[in-house]
Ligand binder design. Structure first.
Ligand code: OKP
Ligand code: ZN
Length: 344
């Protein structure tokens, strides 16, 4: 299987986040990608290729132009305000209010376009975000050109980024942009299956009113964990999107038996839909050793996930999301990909 990844993605580095009442080093760090590419080489999964240059036209069909413009200029605005360190918000608009204000202050803009204080900007953030997006689009193009499966090694990740907000270490929703590209290239139905530990609230929002892209997600019950305000089982889509969003929230401490039966349910719903392509939002923060998560999958389960996914028999685009047990992330991510390849 081919992997798409750019060294430019590593320019998002050294950022801090707000966690448990303190400012700490970002969990979403460069070593994540390094461990994954090392493991890819070790097991000879296939070549790691640079993305092709991509325009933002497809991203503009997913995100608002104002949001993308802000994301591209946030670091410059932060520097012009005389700041150093990580650009993080500290104030947010209250629910349902202030809809029409357009503040100038970088502090206001950081809050306006975000949902949390985990998603900081540093000098290389935009370049990395753009390159991560290019990797997802290039992988989608390879699928369009005939590859059966491809891996977009996206960092920063994407599934928490919505139409006009960042969050959860995500800026551009890579999986959503890739799904849009697949639709634009003539797919009649695409499914995004999100197996990250956290609910992909951004992906859900983007496709909530749409029936062309089905969104299915297994995740920690949002009553207990981030993103808290979306991911509930009764969120099923609306308008023509009704019935095309499926949330399967799982309790704290979920083990392989419980997780696998939720996966089988998800796969049943995807088979019924019959997509041309499945995009997997691939997070491995379901691993028992993950420092910010509370599920109990072990190393041996990740190849089994890959085998289950291969059973769908559809073209499959893997897009990296979370996974913070960095020493294990390579084994776990490549475990899914090898398990998939061994089963097709
Ligand atoms: C991103 B992905 C607070 C710690 C947790 C957000 C978790 C984001 C997970 N700073 N914050 O879904 O793996
Ligand atoms: Zn996650």
């Amino acid at each position: 299987m081919k992997t798409i990844f750019s060294p430019k993605q590593q320019e998002h580095q050294g950022q801090c986040e707000f966690y448990n009442g303190a400012v700490v080093e970002g969990y979403e760090n460069t070593s994540r990608a390094t461990f994954i590419t090392s493991r890819i080489e070790e097991v000879r999964l296939g070549p790691v290729l640079d993305p092709r240059p991509q325009s933002l036209d497809t991203a503009k069909r997913i995100h608002s132009t104002a949001y993308l413009d802000f994301t591209a200029s946030a670091w410059r605005l932060w520097r012009e305000a005389g700041r150093t360190g990580t650009a993080l918000p500290y104030a947010w608009p209250a629910r349902g209010r202030y809809k029409d204000v357009a503040p100038d202050s970088i502090d206001a803009l950081l809050g306006l376009y975000s949902i949390d204080a985990s998603t900081g900007f540093v000098e290389g953030t935009w370049e990395a975000v753009k390159a991560s997006h290019d990797s997802a689009l290039t992988a989608a193009d390879l699928i369009i050109e005939g590859e059966q499966a491809c891996f977009a090694l996206c960092r920063p990740p994407g599934h928490h980024a919505g139409i006009d907000f960042n969050g959860g270490y995500c800026f551009i929703n890579n999986a959503a942009v890739a799904a849009q590209r697949l639709m634009d290239a003539g797919a009649s139905r695409v499914t995004i299956l999100d197996i990250d530990y956290h609910h992909g609230n951004g992906t859900q929002e983007i496709f909530y009113m749409r029936d062309d892209v089905q969104v299915v997600s297994l995740h920690a019950d949002p009553r207990n964990d981030y993103p808290f305000f979306a991911g509930y089982a009764d969120e099923r889509g609306s308008g023509s999107g009704e019935g095309f969003n499926l949330n399967l929230p799982l309790p704290d401490g979920t083990d392989w038996t419980q997780w696998e039966s939720a996966l089988e349910f998800a796969l049943g719903s995807i088979r019924q839909r019959g997509p041309d392509v499945v995009v997997i939002s691939l997070g491995v923060d379901t691993f028992e050793g993950d420092p910010i998560s509370r599920f109990r999958l072990s190393h041996s389960h990740f190849p089994l996930i890959g085998a289950h996914l291969a059973g769908l028999g559809t073209k499959t685009l893997f897009v990296l999301e979370g996974g913070y047990a960095v020493e294990d992330i390579g084994v776990n991510v490549v475990g899914v990909l090898s398990g998939f390849e061994d089963a097709i």
